[in-house]
Design a protein around this ligand. Structure first.
Ligand SMILES: [Mg+2]
Length: 309
């Protein structure tokens, strides 16, 4: 029987688990003229394509193109690697995966029990940038299409790139004797294509249900807690890394949480110290559960302002 290390109890709202969606579901469509021009330009020269292509969306420009985003990634990956190196050296007593039925507000964590150490990473927009598929959607002027995405999971090897800082960070993590495991919501029927994509990007070689876990490997759909539990059978997980909170723990994706309530849950005193210290989040302004909120969620009435004249 597993020992449970109870770290803290804090009264705060309890969040029930819901299935998170972390696939690229929000890619804003461009206008019809851009779509038509993209279609007509398939056989055109590169310069003609450039002239007719729609402007990249600001979020795409920032994430995939900017030096600022690249530097944030490198900074974060360096922090992750330093944390893992230090943690591996101290023989930790417990990991950072929330135990079954515990919550961010009232957490408990599995004891290590002498198991080998692992760091668990999401794949999309955590280890790799899906620039090939995103560029296709943009050229065609379409939003996210699950059928096309399924094809991307199978055939995208070589057209997704490693996130800046990831390769150096993973090298340090592996050198510290910590196993790198991927927990992604790509479909398990496409395990081979995803492993090929990760390998082609230089992330490493992964084996399905050993170091690569996908949607369908546990019965909770796009929720990742079930797969984290399976991984924890064989490893003490000392780091969780992703671009969505569902990569850390499913209760953060409770769809009944308001925008401010979701933020408040991440600030629960019992787990607030884990961010940057076992739990790591990378920026993704393009898609996912973070992209939400009505006008007053984003611009609270108490901040209303207008020019004085
Ligand atoms: Mg992701």
């Amino acid at each position: 029987m597993k020992q449970i290390v109870i770290l803290a109890f804090v009264a705060l709202l309890a969040a029930c688990q819901t299935a998170p969606v972390d696939q690229p579901a929000v890619i804003s469509p461009v206008d019809a003229s851009a779509s038509a021009s993209a279609s007509a330009s398939e056989s055109a020269s590169a310069s003609e394509q450039e002239a007719k292509a729609p402007d990249p969306l600001p979020a795409h420009q920032w994430l995939y193109g900017s030096a600022e985003a690249s530097l944030i990634m490198r900074q974060t990956w360096s922090t992750i690697a330093s944390y893992v190196e230090a943690k591996a050296a101290e023989a930790p007593a417990h990991g950072v995966v929330l135990a079954r039925n515990s919550t961010p507000a009232d957490p408990s964590f599995l004891a290590c029990e002498g198991k080998p150490l692992a760091a668990v990473f999401d794949a999309d927009e955590t280890l790799i940038w899906n620039i090939g598929a995103t560029g296709y959607f943009m050229r065609k002027g379409i939003g996210f299409d699950p059928v096309i995405w399924d094809d991307w999971e199978k055939t995208g090897a070589g057209k997704a790139v490693a996130i800046p800082g990831a390769l150096e960070g993973l090298e340090r993590i592996r050198a510290a004797g910590v196993t790198v495991i991927v927990n992604t919501n790509r479909e398990n029927r496409n395990a081979a294509g995803t492993a090929e994509t990760l390998q082609a990007a230089g992330i490493g070689t992964f084996a399905h249900r050993s170091t690569l876990f996908l949607r369908g490997d546990a019965p909770d759909g796009s929720g990742k807690d079930g797969r984290r539990e399976i991984i924890s059978e064989n490893y003490c997980v000392i780091a969780l890394v992703g671009d969505q909170l569902g990569d850390i723990a499913d209760p953060f994706n409770d769809e009944t949480l308001s925008v401010s309530g979701r933020r408040a849950l991440t600030e629960a005193p019992a787990i607030a110290g884990l961010w940057g210290n076992g739990w790591f989040v990378l920026p993704n302004p393009i898609y996912g559960p973070s992209i939400r909120g009505g006008f007053t969620d984003i611009y609270p009435p108490e901040t209303d302002w207008a020019p004085s004249n």
